[in-house]
Design a protein around this ligand. Sequence first.
Ligand code: 5GP
Ligand code: MG
Ligand code: MG
Length: 187
Amino acid sequence: MRIADVHNDIDHELVSKERIDEKIREVAAQASDDYRDKNPLLIAVLKGAVNTIAAFSQAMSIPVQLDFMSLSSYGSGTVSSGEVTIRQDLSTDVRGRHVLIVEDIIDSGRTLAWLVDELKRRGTASVEIFALLEKPSRREVDVDVKYHGYEIPDEFVVGFGLDYDERYRNLDSIAVLKPAVYQGDNA
Ligand code: 5GP
Ligand code: MG
Ligand code: MG
């Protein structure tokens, strides 16, 4: 789905499909070099990071394994609850593994800080992070991001996996919704 298909709901596009692809290709090339002899395990948190991990892993030039985890930290609204619980766990034993977490977006950083701690508790050999998007002005918790994508302003975004109330995940770029969508009068 493209911006034009939902133009009534979209205020403006923030990151185009082309810029997403370009950044992912660039970071994937770097990570492929860094992980060449490490049999890396790429982990994404469902559902927002699905598009990113799919595009990123395809752009890598070495074999990787993938796994997924479902966490709850956001409800259907736009504000973090700050609380993290596991809804669905990994199917991989991460002990001794070199893990690369592939994230859609870092807002407060709470979810990711929790996940890094949890993976380290499980005995990983290393844990690094690729974040496609970061909102630096919103950061509350310190997390060490190895591979950076784009910094964005403090606006709630949708697309390329990111949702508002489970909608717009299949938009192929990243965009800001019109305020009316949140107010529910723009159906
Ligand atoms: P954090 O714990 O860093 O505050 O946020 C964790 C999760 O909240 C992100 O991985 C993402 O799923 C969701 N999130 C944060 N900011 C946004 C945003 O602007 N748009 C959407 N759709 N989700 C967001
Ligand atoms: Mg996420
Ligand atoms: Mg969401």
